[in-house]
Design a protein around this ligand. Structure first.
Ligand SMILES: Cc1cc2nc3c(=O)[nH]c(=O)nc-3n(C[C@H](O)[C@H](O)[C@H](O)COP(=O)(O)OP(=O)(O)OC[C@H]3O[C@@H](n4cnc5c(N)ncnc54)[C@H](O)[C@@H]3O)c2cc1C
Length: 352
């Protein structure tokens, strides 16, 4: 375990840059398809019976649903990050019916929730054989996707056949397929920079006060190796972090069995790839104080270091912006008031 990384990045045993051996998984994956390749390995070689994770909802493709994938093809159909609300923990009851262990894939918050559930439910703990989290800067709301559809010229979301946020290239294009008023099939694309640049403004408040953007509670976490520029047409690569000894064993066995290619081993790739995340962690310190001062709900975080990163990682301008921005958000988002949850014809989702 790297002691010097613990306060900022959680448990780090080893870090690699790598990718799926299977070219179709690598291509369709968000970065290098590492999450899917590891999940595929657990199905093919470890006797696991399924993978609990997220796919586009079949009937409303701009929403997400939890799926228990049992085959490589099902895994491939769910590759690619979906920058919209998803709650893979709502499928935990499916896991209880399984005879063999399963792999759980989700955001850091999803994995933290699973870990907590496993602590209080020993049967569930036996069924979840491996947890994989991906790095997460925050989830944009459904409204973000709906506004992006409008920007792309899709006025009626009920005409949408599919939405992909990335993958099929690295980082890949945001792609929507829909029917025009004349009934013709149409497809529109946007670059990752443009689509994420737009969507990130719709991140939920919960993500602004999230202490874990890199999956500290998982056995394995994966993200983008953003420590360098991606060249035009470069095939995808993932940053792969072993968080537990079990995670490391799975990674090395997946490599030996020909599911994963591990290219480069270097723990400094983690901080180099996500340099802004220490500042994000520091920002939580004043945010929690401001929430308390204005009578808003305040989460309780145990075992995280915030003040040191607030003091050392942010400039005075960033500190000022963070404080003012938080006070503005308390009132703009009405964080100190109860919020009504609305339903619309297409959405069974909170519109905030
Ligand atoms: C909202 C969000 C924010 C992210 N922010 C960052 C970031 O700041 N930095 C960074 O390096 N990486 C970020 N990622 C992760 C990154 O996009 C890749 O997912 C990661 O590099 C793993 O790539 P992969 O090719 O191994 O994944 P793949 O092999 O493509 O597998 C992706 C897996 O994630 C699951 N999944 C997709 N969307 C969701 C979702 N919304 N909730 C739960 N599960 C989902 C799929 O079911 C699939 O199993 C983010 C992803 C999401 C969804």
């Amino acid at each position: 375990m790297k002691k010097e990384l613990m306060a900022g990045w959680g448990p780090v045993i080893e870090v690699w840059e790598g990718y799926a051996c299977d070219p179709s998984i690598r291509k369709s994956g968000s970065s290098g398809g590492a999450a899917t390749a590891l999940a595929d390995f657990t199905l093919a070689k470890k006797g696991f019976s399924g993978v609990l994770h997220t796919n586009a909802r079949k009937d409303v493709p701009y929403l997400n649903e939890t799926v228990l994938s049992k085959t490589r093809d099902e895994l491939i159909s769910a590759t690619g990050s979906r920058y919209a609300p998803a709650s893979p923990c709502d499928g935990l009851e499916l896991v209880m019916d399984e005879k063999q262990p399963i792999t759980f894939i989700g955001k850091p918050c999803d994995v933290a929730a699973v870990r907590k559930a496993m602590k209080s439910n020993s049967e569930l703990a036996r069924k979840i054989g491996l947890t994989i989290a991906f790095f997460c800067a925050g989830t944009p709301s459904t409204k973000g996707t709906l506004e992006l559809l409008k920007k792309a010229g899709v006025q009626d979301p009920s005409t949408v056949h599919s939405v992909r946020y990335r993958g099929n290239g690295w980082p890949g294009m945001w792609t929507v397929q829909y029917s025009t008023a004349a009934g013709e099939d149409e497809s529109t694309e946007m670059t990752y920079a443009e689509s994420w640049g737009f969507l990130q403004k719709y991140r939920q408040w919960r993500c602004y006060i999230c202490p874990d953007h890199t999956g500290e509670f998982a056995d394995i976490s994966v993200g983008d190796p953003w420590y360098r520029d991606v060249e035009e047409g470069e095939p995808g690569k993932s940053l792969i972090v072993a968080r537990t000894e079990k995670g490391r064993d799975f990674i090395l066995e997946a490599e030996k069995s020909g599911f994963l290619i591990l290219e480069k081993r270097d723990t400094t790739l983690l901080p180099k790839s996500q340099p802004n995340l220490l500042g994000s962690r520091g920002n939580i310190w004043p945010r929690l104080i401001i929430l308390r001062l204005f009578g808003a709900a305040v989460p309780k975080y145990v075992g995280f270091t915030f003040f040191r990163f607030w003091r050392d990682e942010l400039t005075w301008t960033e500190k000022r912006q963070s404080i003012i921005g938080t006070i503005v958000r308390v009132f703009k988002k009405r964080l100190n008031k109860r919020i009504d949850i609305k339903r619309t014809a297409h959405l069974e989702d909170r519109q905030d």
